[in-house]
Design a protein around this ligand. Structure first.
Ligand code: NI
Length: 167
């Protein structure tokens, strides 16, 4: 397994729309294992392949407190959504920034597992937030882009300042 470098906002590669996975093979399973390791190491509760510069429709999620609920979703799709919730979100590609975003309270998701088998599950609360946030990454969207232009501008300059200090 290997840790993968995570792209930082506003890297334009984060706006790439990921392509569906045609077949689930050993390479895909290795990528999933590396993505899970990278997510846990960060630490984070979700990671999309887009964030490690692999533009395939794959996300890993674990919202448990003890890392006991790893979900790998290949070609995930939201097939039902209802309700509304506001949650303060963060993102491994936008370090140090936490902002409230409105999303569906409940979602039904269809995906392939790491054997290439289709499955469905329902999620609410934090898991539903995380699924929506990660699928957004596959569509080239980062959560801060739900904010006003004014707020987004402030976040960009904050991140630029931080990058200059670390560089
Ligand atoms: Ni994110």
């Amino acid at each position: 397994m290997a840790l993968l470098p995570i792209l930082r906002y506003p890297d334009p590669r984060l706006h790439t729309v990921a392509a569906p996975v045609a077949g689930v093979d050993e390479d895909i399973r290795r990528l999933i294992a590396d993505m899970a390791e990278t997510m846990y190491e960060a630490p984070g509760i979700g990671l999309a392949a887009t964030q490690v510069d692999v533009h395939k429709r794959i996300v890993v999620i674990d919202v448990s407190e003890d890392r006991s609920d790893l979900r790998a979703l290949i070609n995930p799709e939201i097939i039902e959504r209802d309700g509304e919730q506001v949650h303060e979100e963060g993102c491994l590609s936008v370090p140090g920034i936490y902002e409230k975003v409105t999303r569906a309270e409940r979602v039904k998701v269809r995906a392939l597992n790491d054997k290439g088998e289709p499955f469905e599950f329902e999620a609410d609360g934090l898991l539903a937030v995380c699924v929506q946030h990660e699928i957004d990454h596959l569509d080239g969207k980062v959560f801060v882009e739900y904010l006003s232009q004014l707020k987004l501008g402030r976040i960009k300059s904050k991140l630029a300042k931080k990058a200059r200090i670390t560089a």
